[in-house]
Design a binder for this molecule. Structure first.
Ligand code: SF4
Length: 362
């Protein structure tokens, strides 16, 4: 996976945005999209032992080892000592640091040690993006003791069928749907309300109703959901698949915002015959105000010092020219675009082909 023969825990990969913020890489942020979370990723010569169909780090990915791409952006590798020194010197640039696990025999032990270091040496709250398949017994307690403030389970798939197809048996991967939910339950007990959650990828084949029900399930446990729009990664098994259409993602973003902020329960939302959201269970004037704020369409992630997510992952789930999760406040044109996108209803995807746009009311 890494070409320099370097590996965790001495080395970590980081998002290109983090590398730019720390001065390891050069470039400028589109529309001044500053990064507020230092996202780090474990890195091993053997790569990730799992085989998720949508992931560029997967065992079977054609591009694994050719570059440093993950969730569509570059993830360069640098010495953890240097990362910590530079992050400490940047003071208020970051509001949070996050360690993402991969599937590897050393991943859990290294994560605990790295979290301890980050907690000791940086004045930042620490998140862990956990891979339960790498956990040992008592794993949540060990992460809590090491100083992790939030644990997020990278469940990604909203239904068991989608999970099995793209992460479990269907892809020859090691992950188990039941084990992931057991881990979520353990996180709820050990970390408690507001200190755990999950990642969910929208557009892997689940219906809108199924995604909303999973978001509510996590909320009922005391956690929150951080959304990603599916966008095909080069070299992955799903590289030719159509990205999640913005219309589907916008409705799910809005539903998640209403559920996770306790404004609406999924049970009162309404769906059409294809399980697409047609009613959000809230009066139109209030809903309109929420949409016009633009807040539901910003990146959802672990919190920072303000009211918005620290983890804003600039352009991690779509190109800058076709933004899915907005890493900054939306302007008037963005909001008008989002409103147009939400009004589109597409023919449900078939395995064989693309979908078709049907503006609502036509
Ligand atoms: S939302 Fe961001 S900070 Fe939180 S676990 Fe996911 S990647 Fe890490």
């Amino acid at each position: 996976m890494n070409e320099k023969g370097t590996a965790s825990p001495e080395y970590m990969r980081m998002s290109l945005a983090a590398a730019m913020t720390l001065g390891f890489s050069h470039g400028s942020f589109y529309r001044d999209a500053h990064l507020h979370c230092l996202n780090l990723l474990l890195d091993y010569a053997e790569g990730c032992y799992a085989n998720c169909s949508y992931c560029g780090l997967a065992r079977g990915s054609k591009d694994r080892g050719k570059g440093d791409s993950f969730i569509r952006v570059q993830w360069p590798s640098h010495e953890l000592d240097q990362i910590i020194n530079r992050a400490a010197a940047r003071g208020g640039d970051f509001q949070r640091v996050c360690v993402s696990m991969v599937m590897h025999p050393r991943a859990f032990e290294d994560t605990v040690n790295i979290v301890e270091r980050l907690d000791r040496e940086l004045e930042l709250p620490v998140s862990v993006l956990a891979n339960p398949s790498s956990f040992t017994d008592g794993g949540m307690e060990a992460l809590d003791a090491a100083g992790a403030g939030i644990v997020t389970i990278a469940i990604d798939a909203a239904t068991e069928a989608v999970f099995e197809k793209y992460r479990g048996r269907g892809s020859g991967g090691p992950h188990s749907w039941d084990a992931y939910w057991r881990s979520m339950e353990e996180a709820a007990v050990v970390f408690g309300k507001g200190r755990f959650g999950c990642h969910l990828i929208v557009g892997l084949g689940e219906t809108e109703q199924q995604m909303v029900e999973t978001i509510q399930r996590v909320r009922d446990m005391g956690g929150s959901s951080h959304l990603f729009a599916f966008y095909p990664e080069q070299g992955s098994e799903l590289e030719a698949r159509e990205p999640c259409h913005p219309s589907q993602f916008r409705r799910i973003q809005l539903a998640r915002f209403l559920i996770d902020y306790g404004m609406v329960d999924a049970g009162v939302m309404e769906y059409d015959e294809h399980q697409r959201l047609v009613g959000f269970g809230i009066e139109n004037a209030r809903l309109d105000g929420i949409v016009r704020s633009g807040d539901p369409f910003r990146t959802s992630g672990c919190p920072g010092t303000g009211e918005h997510s620290a983890c804003n992952r600039p352009f991690g789930d779509g190109p800058a020219s076709d933004i899915r999760s907005f890493p900054f406040a939306l302007d008037r044109e963005d909001i008008e675009l989002v409103q147009r996108q939400m009004a589109i209803y597409r023919e449900p995807r078939t395995e064989a082909g693309a979908s078709q746009d049907i503006p609502v009311g036509s």
